[in-house]
Design a protein around this ligand. Structure first.
Ligand code: PLP
Length: 488
């Protein structure tokens, strides 16, 4: 941020001093590592330090529009109309956009998106979400089970809050994948829940293996009460897409072990190559009533990712399945305390789940824009894997989905020693050197968790293709140089 407590720090006041930034970074928890990077970028920009590059390229955060992706025209037309209804008289806006805006406004208090909504979310939008899920999965969805939220983050935190209880060895344990998305570890720490790690299998494209889940849950039972299993599919930071067979096995495991499933599916349209996204809800219902009437599931979606990239609107939802009615009543109470999710975010979510239809004037443009974004991402996913795998010492799994790559980097022992002397994780040292020498911002693997003795970084595939090519070249050259420097 341009302003804030950072300004109190001597780093900010006295100009660029990487040693101080290192200290600052190690003081800040992993969970907000990307925030740290914002600080570093600000220091570079605000201090005007002389560096061997013209710009800092931020490949650290999954924020598509910040990386130049254009918003979907139809979405912004409807949002403009909802925000300033006088525009409904303007001929520049297509009829279907006006129709959507009128429908949304009619559902708002005082016909204004500036009014609070029902705490669970605007009813007609929850109905649209249900219809979207039904169309996606081929199984019924009940709008009473949909809660609109402030991005997916808010819904994830709310559901975890609902599920965490107990004391001592009876405290709720929550299984999360390693590498993980830091929202989970941060929330569990905040709630005082027990984080139970299960490792994804890097050697088979970050697959989720049942024996590893079994190991994690069995060990955890000795000191806590494992009750929840979180899955991110498609994966962040690892970019894998789980097969239907894998999801079935996970559901069977959850039933056997009486675990509540949390399926984070915010990247559900970001699926490349021949992979296919299967929602947990669909697979659960395909497995028959033995599972679909017993296994508890919360699945999450968002306006922030996929082809939309509308992170700033903070739109999202959770669908809950097989929640005990008493627990559901508590959930409703919990969301009511905070009044409601942002109404503009709810409106935008409505457009995501109910986009222009083939017989509507905006359909062709919408489809063209959507397809272009997703095709570009698919192309960049392939390019990233191909280029990284040509570099000795970088090993990159296929980017099957989401917006990230999480390659393993081989670091010379001398570099590891050097980092340790400075009290740093070796991959943090690597990323800081890359930032300093090439102006490229990545996140070290240690921010997400990784098997001991392995090192990674996470890079987004969001920069425009030409810029991404430059980024990949710079990282490749840097890696060779860095390896040589510490091998001599
Ligand atoms: C796996 C995962 N879940 C949830 C979120 C949060 O998304 P939102 O912007 O909807 O809160 C992110 C954001 O990067 C994510 O990667």
């Amino acid at each position: 941020p341009a302003t804030g407590p950072w300004q109190e720090s001597s780093v900010y006041r006295s100009g660029i001093n990487l040693n101080e930034i290192y200290v600052l970074l190690t003081m800040i928890n992993n969970c907000i590592i990307s925030v740290c990077y914002n600080v570093i970028v600000s220091v570079f920009i605000f201090q005007g330090a002389k560096k061997p590059f013209n710009e800092v390229i931020r490949a650290n955060i999954g924020d598509a529009q910040a990386m130049g992706q254009k918003p979907i025209t139809f979405f912004r037309q409807v949002m403009a109309l909802c925000s300033y209804p006088e525009l409904l008289e303007d001929d520049k806006f297509p009829d279907d956009a006006k129709q959507r805006a009128r429908r949304i406004l009619k559902a708002c208090g005082g016909s204004s998106i500036g009014a609070y909504s029902a705490s669970q979310g605007i009813e007609c939008i929850r109905q649209d979400v249900s219809r979207y899920i039904e169309k996606r999965d081929g199984f019924a969805s009940n709008p009473d089970n949909i809660y609109l939220s402030t991005g997916a983050s808010d819904a994830i935190v709310t559901i975890l809050k609902l599920l965490v209880a107990g004391e001592g060895s009876n405290r709720t344990g929550v299984l999360i994948s390693i590498p993980q998305y830091p929202l989970y570890s941060a929330t569990l720490a905040d709630l005082g829940a027990v984080q139970v790690n299960y490792y994804l299998n890097e050697d088979s494209c970050w697959s989720l293996d049942i024996p590893e889940l079994k190991r994690a849950v069995t060990e955890a039972r000795q000191h806590c009460n494992p009750r929840v299993l979180c899955i991110i599919n498609p994966g962040n930071p690892t970019g894998q897409v789980q097969s239907k067979e894998c999801i079935k096995n996970v559901i069977r495991f959850a039933k056997e072990e009486r675990l509540f499933l949390m399926a984070d599916e915010v990247y559900q349209d970001n699926v490349y190559r021949d992979n296919e996204f299967h929602s947990f809800k669909k697979v659960l219902f395909e497995m028959g009533s033995e599972f679909s009437s017993t296994v508890e599931l919360a699945s999450f979606h968002s306006t922030s990712k996929c082809y939309m990239g509308e992170c700033g609107f903070r739109g999202g939802y959770v669908e809950v399945i097989n929640l005990d009615p008493g627990v559901k009543a508590q959930l409703t109470k919990l969301v009511s305390v905070r009044l409601c999710a942002p109404v503009p975010g709810q409106a935008l979510l409505d457009l995501v789940v109910n986009p222009p239809q083939p017989d509507e004037p905006s359909h062709a443009t919408f489809m063209k824009e959507r397809t272009t974004v997703l095709a570009n991402l698919a192309e960049k996913a392939k390019l990233t894997e191909e280029i990284f795998n040509t570099v000795p010492g970088i090993k990159c799994n296929p980017v099957q989905g989401a917006m990230y790559t999480f390659p393993q980097i081989k670091l010379p022992q001398k570099a590891i020693n050097k980092a340790k002397e400075a009290g740093q994780e070796p991959d943090m040292y690597y990323c800081m050197r890359l930032l300093e020498e090439e102006g490229i911002c990545l996140v070290p693997g240690s921010g997400f968790g990784q098997r001991k003795g392995t090192f990674h970084f996470r890079m987004t595939i969001l920069p425009p293709t030409e810029k991404l090519k430059i980024v990949l070249k710079k990282i490749s050259d840097f890696h060779v140089r860095f390896t040589k420097e510490f091998s001599e």
